[in-house]
Design a protein. Structure first.
Length: 232
């Protein structure tokens, strides 16, 4: 029984050694390729602070938020899908100690899909007395699909590189025997930061505003692969 076990162990060790030797002995070419692209965010998350103090308490939060809702609806924004309430607060502590009027704040989160709409929201909110509109973060929703596309392009590029290296030698590139997905990265920090660039706000008579010229910095996305090809 011990002889059988020892024989099987020797057989598997020999087979593994043979496979390694065959891999090392056959000629192969090793190359890597990196590709990148630029994308524009297709989801922009804004914060809108509706504050009574902006109107010195002359207009209530409830009235301001109704005006905000009407403006957003007129722009084609779907409130039930794109707008949500983030926070509610007041200066109640200040009122207790200084006997001042209580002024309420409401913080809303708004999701839009392009830079042009961001500019329009800023202008329309300014018209009704809401000036605290900020960009919280941006997002590119097709990142996973883009990842697969870039990896495919990187593999194609790696093969072309291998062919250009072997052609002067009169050899051909065979099947890939080893592929490593080295890395995939994108500028995540820039997606989290305010990337809006406001080109200018043109004021017209009677406090009318022209649309803001708003652009977003493009996000750089990269992918790299490492490939070993058999050489024939």
């Amino acid at each position: 029984m011990k002889k059988i076990v020892l024989f099987m162990s020797f057989f598997f060790a020999l087979a593994a050694h043979s496979q390694n030797k065959n891999f090392i002995d056959q000629p192969y070419l090793e190359t890597s390729a990196r590709v990148d692209t630029l994308v524009v965010p297709d989801e922009i998350f804004l914060t809108i602070l509706v504050a009574e103090k902006d109107t010195k308490g002359k207009i209530s939060v409830e009235e301001l938020e109704n005006k905000m809702a009407d403006k957003l609806k007129s722009m084609g924004i779907k409130l039930d899908e794109q707008l949500s309430l983030s926070d509610v607060s007041s200066n109640f502590k200040k009122y207790v100690f200084k006997q001042q009027d209580i002024l309420k704040d409401k913080l809303y989160a708004l999701k839009v899909y392009d830079a042009k709409t961001v500019g329009r929201v800023m202008v329309e909110m300014e018209k009704i007395g809401i000036s605290n509109v900020e960009i919280e973060r941006t997002r590119y929703t097709k990142m996973e699909d883009l990842q697969l596309v870039l990896k495919s392009r990187a593999i194609t590029k790696a093969k072309k590189q291998a062919e250009s290296l072997t052609k002067p030698l009169g050899q051909k590139v065979g099947p890939a025997i080893h592929i490593t997905d080295t890395y995939f990265r994108y500028d995540y920090e820039n997606m989290m930061n305010d990337q809006v660039v406001v080109r200018g706000v043109a004021a017209a008579p009677k406090s009318e505003f022209k649309p803001l010229e708003v652009e977003f910095s493009k996000i750089k996305v990269e992918s790299e692969v490492h490939v070993k090809f058999i050489m024939n």
